[in-house]
Write a protein that binds this ligand. Structure first.
Ligand code: TXA
Ligand code: MG
Length: 324
């Protein structure tokens, strides 16, 4: 494999921390997807993330810290934000908050906004890396912009290869879908991206959660473009019967016949299992021997919302691909 991959042990993590100090890029596992990390206080290192991913500069990055005290030195926390942190950190929730003037973050991280998205990952290797680095780490998903997020070190290597100084291998990501992004800068919490923490769980804690209206996406969450997570093959949703040459992502026990190949997101209809398999299986089916990828209907509740969100983007028309 033409990439620098090391198992995420103590020695490799210490080396990764040194590389981050030197302004280099390190890919590392989190419980959601693999991240492409850089020192969030080093503008040139952050710029390298945008260049390596081919990511538009208007799309801000999530900043990763080991715990709430570090988060509080970067953004302004009120009681509601502290409650969110107590309930869901460490874990798959990113909070959008006002940046502190003395945060020390590169301005590029926030793409010119006066807010910052913060996350405390639970994955032990991510925790160890953040503590060893001793500074906030900006990390988008470790894929080229517009493509499927990687959930294994091999997928990162296939996406970025030698363009990253080191890839820490921490086995496949247990959640497999990105963090939920919740905007807490306004009167009402706003869901900017469904993800690993379900809307139902957020609603238990905060009451009503507004969804970002479609026409608000651009200003509020610049990265939420319709065309994202795009495999090379066309993706067809809510499939009930086969079309010639198609491969199928199946969900639940009753699978229609006639597909060229079938991979099961979850044979029992378990949404957690389906989320964990989604990106890896989309990658496996994205081969020229098939005419397209069909996906059976996924229920729109719990993690199903995040799964359907990613699938809708994977299936969206491709004409805006250069911005995604
Ligand atoms: O699970 C995850 O969140 C992964 C792992 C590596 O932590 N990271 C990730 O990052 O998915 P990325 O860059 O692929 O997605 C970040 C999302 C984008 O939709 C971006 O627009 C939004 O968060 N975002 C970041 N900062 C923001 C801000 N200040 N205001 C609004 N949205 C923001
Ligand atoms: Mg991403």
């Amino acid at each position: 494999m033409d990439a620098n991959v090391l198992p995420a042990n103590e020695t490799a993590i210490a080396r990764a921390a040194r590389l981050l100090h030197d302004g280099r890029l390190v890919a590392f596992p989190t419980e959601t997807v693999y991240g492409l990390g850089a020192d969030a206080m080093n503008g040139r290192a952050v710029a390298r993330i945008f260049a390596t991913k081919g990511r538009p500069r208007f799309n801000p990055l999530i900043v990763h810290v080991p715990g709430l005290p570090e988060a509080e030195s970067i953004a302004v926390f009120d009681e509601r934000a502290r409650e969110a942190a107590r309930r869901f950190w460490p874990g798959p929730l990113s909070l959008v908050l006002k940046r502190r003037d003395d945060s020390g973050l590169s301005l590029l991280v926030s793409a010119g906004l006066d807010t910052v998205a913060l996350r405390v990952p639970a994955h032990p290797a991510a925790q160890q890396l953040l503590r060893a680095a001793g500074r906030p780490i900006a990390a988008p998903s470790a894929n080229r912009s517009g493509r499927i997020s990687p959930t294994s070190a091999a997928d990162v290597a296939a996406e970025l290869g030698r363009r990253v100084a080191l890839i820490l291998d921490g086995a496949p990501c247990p959640i497999g879908i990105e963090s939920t992004v919740l905007d807490l800068t306004g009167l009402e919490p706003v869901l900017l991206r469904p993800g690993g923490v379900s809307l139902e769980r957020l609603t238990e804690v905060f009451g009503t959660i507004a969804g970002a209206a479609a026409n608000e996406h651009a200003p509020r969450s610049p990265g939420r473009l319709p065309n994202h997570y795009a495999p090379s093959l066309p993706v067809r949703l809510h499939a009930h019967e086969a079309r010639p040459g198609e491969a199928l992502l199946a969900f639940g026990p009753d699978v229609p016949l006639g597909f060229a190949e079938v991979l099961w997101l979850s044979p029992t209809g378990d949404l957690g299992e389906a989320a964990a398999n989604l990106f890896a299986m989309l990658r496996r089916l994205d081969r020229p021997d098939f005419s397209g990828i069909a996906v059976m209907p996924i229920p729109e509740h719990g993690l199903g919302r995040a799964i359907n969100d990613r699938l809708r983007r994977a299936a969206a028309p491709r004409e805006n691909a250069e911005f995604s």
